[in-house]
Each structure stands twice: as C-alpha cells, then as structure tokens.
Write a protein that binds this ligand. Structure first.
Ligand code: P6P
Length: 337
C-alpha cells in the first residue's frame, strides 16, 4: 500500500499528543520544514537556476559566501519569522543575532547553519542545513546575544536537512531520533527512518587526514591504530571517509555507525578548533547522543560547555559510543603525562 507511511507533520502531532506538548512546537517545526523544502528546491536546481558560484560577499567567519549560502540564509530567516514563534534567530551567516518578535511574543530562539558544507555545492556533493532550538530564558526582556549563550543540554530540539541523493530531515526533540524523506511528488517529508540508533562499535572513521601534521598525540594514536588494521592493536581493519560536509558524515554515522573527528590541532587551536559550537556541534551532539552515540571535545561532553560567544569554535569528536570513549581515554592518558 503506497500510503502506509506518515508525514513529518503527523509524526509531530502524534508526538505532541503523546508528550502533552503545546501546539506551538509543531508550528515551529512546520516553518523549518517549509524552509528546508524551499532550500532543497534551490539546491537541486543548482546551475540551472544560476545558483552555483560565489555571492561576492564574505560571512562573519571571513569565508567567501556562495550564492546558495545567502539564498538559504534568506529562506531560513524569512520562513521562520512568519510563524511568529521566535523571539530571535542566529545564523552562521550573520555576525549579530536577529530580533524577530522580541521577548513580548516569541518563546523560542532559532540557531542555524543554513547551508553547511557549501564548498561542495559546485561539485554536486551533499550539503545540508543544521538547526537548533532553545527557549528564550525566563524573564528575558531583550533578545541579545547573551540569551542565546545556553549550554547544549538546554536545547528543545535539533535537526538537519540533508540535500543528498534524496532529501531527508532528521530531528530530535529529546525523545530519540527520527528520519524523514522528502516525497517530491506530494511535497511532504515522510517517516522512513524511525528511532535511529548508532551502533556502539564501528570500523569506519572520518577525519581530514591532510591535517595529520597538526594533530595532538591522542588523535594521532587513534588514527594510527585504525590504520594499523587487523595486525595492529585494534585487531580489525578500518575504512576512512571524508566528505567535507558534516551533515553527510553525521547522517552516515546515524545509519551505519562510525566516528567523526574535527579536533583542535596546533594550527586551528588559536581559533578554538574549526566547527562552531552553537549551530553545528551542539545540534549534532544532541542528535548523536539521542541516538545512543557520544559527542565530546576529547576532554568533556560538548553539550555541557558553557558558550562564551555566538560564533565560538570547538573540537568535535562524535559517533559510535565505544570509539568516542576510547578517544576520550587517550586524551586523559595524554593529559596525565
Ligand atoms: P575541511 C564545512 O565547511 C564544515 O564546516 C563541515 O561541514 C565539514 O565537516 C568541515 O567544515 C570540512 O572541513 O577542513 O575538510 O574543509
């Protein structure tokens, strides 16, 4: 029967009833879903719509913005402002927070990387959107940066859209992780991956190996042991992947296990690492932990970090729990020497 699946909206309504949630949360997600559908359309049209290439501007990170970076950011901001649920928003593409309805109306804060991995657009490799939802702190009269600087454990929801061979959305609201695939014939995300769980063990690691000369000893030890294969200390062979698109890496890990590492190293340490805490590491850490995996800096749980700045960067090690625990142990041993 072709229509045995349920839509993402029906799934959210069922979860709302089951958890006794207010309808505003489902409304929040409806706007995000719309935004991701529109971005998927623009990504899939690619060069046909003149969406490849540079926008001719830089973002707050000092990175050249792609045309689709700007377009995706505009779509995310416009669509999510319409619903009236957000007090404010923060984007990788914007230096400052954006006040939407102020403290008077919106109860939530939306943080997002509108198009992560955008260096892959022109070469047609998967890219994605990452989002994180926080509550506006009780009693907050203004929506300033300080209101956003909450630990990852405070997230109400987190998710991503993956614009890949199929367009998918993955979402957690703190009750497990579920995946939805866009049926472009009817324009609806359908539940296709209920209750995603990350296998504790893996034989697949992901790291940008061109940076090995900068790595700290614990990371070098872990990767060397993986590369030593079945005759080495791990007693099994490993495979390596590197897509340069965090959303694609995390999705692969959710579906079949694995470990993703973007550690601080001797070259990026002055910036605190590569990936951003508030709208990349925290949402992905929430998703991975809710799927039974681990997400640390190598020296502590990512979601326990107290943010000091909106665009701060952080070391990221996430994926299959046993592997994250092993890498953490290597850091602990190293720090004791
Ligand atoms: P590198 C994309 O720019 C990103 O933020 C992540 O999506 C990705 O995992 C990483 O950076 C890629 O970094 O060093 O391969 O360019």
């Amino acid at each position: 029967m072709p229509y045995h699946r349920i839509t993402m909206t029906h799934f959210l309504l069922e979860e709302q009833r089951r958890l006794g949630r207010s309808g505003s949360f489902t409304a929040l997600m409806t706007d995000i879903i719309f935004a991701c559908k529109m971005i998927a359309h623009e990504v899939n049209r690619g060069a046909l719509a003149g969406n490849h290439g540079l926008a001719g501007s830089e973002n707050v990170q000092g990175e050249d913005q792609k045309k689709l970076d700007v377009l995706a950011n505009d779509i995310f901001m416009h669509m999510n402002a319409l619903g009236g649920n957000y007090a404010g928003m923060a984007s990788e593409e914007l230096e400052d927070v954006h006040v939407v309805h102020g403290a008077a109306q919106g109860k939530y804060l939306l943080l997002f990387d509108p198009l992560d991995g955008s260096s892959n657009i022109d070469v047609n490799i998967s890219v994605g959107s990452i989002f994180s939802i926080l509550r506006l702190p009780e009693g907050a009269n203004t929506v300033a940066e300080a209101a956003f600087l909450q630990k990852g454990v405070e997230q109400v929801a987190a998710g991503y859209a993956l614009y890949g061979s199929s367009t998918m959305m993955v979402l957690t609201t703190g009750n497990g992780v579920n995946g939805f695939t866009l049926d472009s014939n009817v324009g609806m995300f359908m539940l296709t991956h209920p209750d995603l769980r990350i296998p504790d063990d893996t034989q697949e690691f992901a790291i940008n190996a061109s940076r090995s000369r900068f790595w700290e000893p614990p990371i070098k030890r872990y990767v060397d042991e993986c590369q030593a294969g079945k005759d080495g200390p791990r007693g099994k062979d490993f495979n390596m992947r590197w897509v340069a698109s965090m959303v694609a890496e995390v999705h692969r890990i959710l579906v079949r296990g694995g470990i993703f590492m973007y550690p601080a190293d001797s070259e990026n340490i002055k910036k605190g690492g590569k990936l951003r805490l508030m709208y990349e590491a925290n949402p992905m850490a929430f998703i991975v932990e809710q799927a039974g995996g681990g997400a640390t800096t190598g020296r502590g749980r990512i979601m326990e970090l107290q943010p000091a700045a909106l665009h701060q960067r952080v070391p990221v090690i996430l994926g299959s729990k046993a592997e994250v625990e092993r890498i953490d142990a290597y850091h602990t041993e190293f720090d004791r020497t």
